[in-house]
Design a protein around this ligand. Structure first.
Ligand code: AMP
Ligand code: ZN
Length: 113
């Protein structure tokens, strides 16, 4: 999608600090980190948000979760632990309408819910 920030990051049109990539998934450092380690993981295909996941495109979600162990290991989080967050829509504060999962690590406060 041409006016999507994360599609532009995936295409290299907007710079990012890459953490991981494969043919399905791209991961990069969040520009405004909310934790000592804050990584954004996105599917290369444009899906706006969790509302738009269907049987036809849901492999994008498993592709992300299959990549997360490698991303966590690369970031040094696999032993200490991390939180995976998805925001969907206005009340959740979603600001970029391209499905993404936040990996938040380095906090020691335990659960947030
Ligand atoms: P959300 O608020 O859940 O939609 O998450 C969007 C995230 O994208 C926020 O945490 C932003 O800080 C992050 N973000 C926005 N622009 C950039 C960028 N150019 N590079 C890296 N992260 C970004
Ligand atoms: Zn997009």
């Amino acid at each position: 999608m041409t006016d999507c920030l994360f599609c532009k990051i995936i295409a290299g049109e907007i710079p990012s600090t890459k953490v991981f990539e494969n043919d399905k998934v791209y991961a990069f450092r969040d520009i405004a980190p909310q934790a000592p380690t804050h990584i954004v993981v996105v599917p290369r295909t444009h899906i706006a948000c969790a509302n738009d996941i269907t049987p036809e495109n849901s492999k994008a979600v498993s592709d992300i979760f299959e990549a997360i162990p490698a991303i966590a290991k690369e970031a040094g989080l696999e032993k200490s632990g991390y939180r995976i967050v998805n925001n969907c829509g206005a009340d959740a504060g979603q600001t970029v309408m391209h499905l993404h999962f936040h990996i938040l690590g380095g906090t020691t406060g335990g659960k947030m819910y």
